[in-house]
Design a protein around this ligand. Sequence first.
Ligand SMILES: CC(C)(COP(=O)(O)OP(=O)(O)OC[C@H]1O[C@@H](n2cnc3c(N)ncnc32)[C@H](O)[C@@H]1OP(=O)(O)O)[C@@H](O)C(=O)NCCC(=O)NCCS
Length: 171
Amino acid sequence: MQAIGLNVTLRAMRDSDVTDLYEMYNQRSFRDGTLALPYESFEAVRDWATPRSPRDLHLVAEAEGRAVGAAALRPFYGRRAHAAEFWIGVNDGFAGRGIGATLLSAIIDTADNWLNVTRIEMTVFVDNARAIALYRRFGFEIEGTHRAASFRNGAFADVHCMARLRPGGVR
Ligand SMILES: CC(C)(COP(=O)(O)OP(=O)(O)OC[C@H]1O[C@@H](n2cnc3c(N)ncnc32)[C@H](O)[C@@H]1OP(=O)(O)O)[C@@H](O)C(=O)NCCC(=O)NCCS
């Protein structure tokens, strides 16, 4: 998949990406779309970027010599080993150019065809139209809504829980 007007390379995340991720973590749209706080520390971002398990998949999209987007797939264990949570972020300066789609496509391909993860799930703020459009395009559906799930910029905000089941893969 080709991002618009950019030469994008997907690769595994490296320790040296934390500086670029730290910049993204402290951007306004990233904060509005995620649970990031203002003034996230470098150490907190580095901690997030450290895989919890060898099963975790952490990817970055590299363009113009730096990480401009990142995504993670974190499979669960035991009777939920077929399921995974998912996370994605794109640098504000590179949003809307297909990088999210490029990352999500790679995450889904790895889940479906390499990890045998058949359910990918996440929560998304109900007003995050761009993310919801992206997820729907890749087969995610809204399964329900958590009310007042988090506090954001002075008010409680609802989130949808969304999931994608691998076509033909769960029954
Ligand atoms: C959500 C996010 C990952 C999307 O990445 P991106 O690179 O901007 O996404 P893409 O350019 O690949 O695709 C965006 C899609 O949303 C659509 N879109 C853009 N703005 C939109 C809007 N205001 N309303 C509805 N759809 C919109 C685009 O048309 C595109 O859909 P299409 O490919 O079917 O045309 C990115 O914007 C981001 O990091 N946001 C901040 C953090 C965040 O919200 N993360 C998700 C937490 S659940």
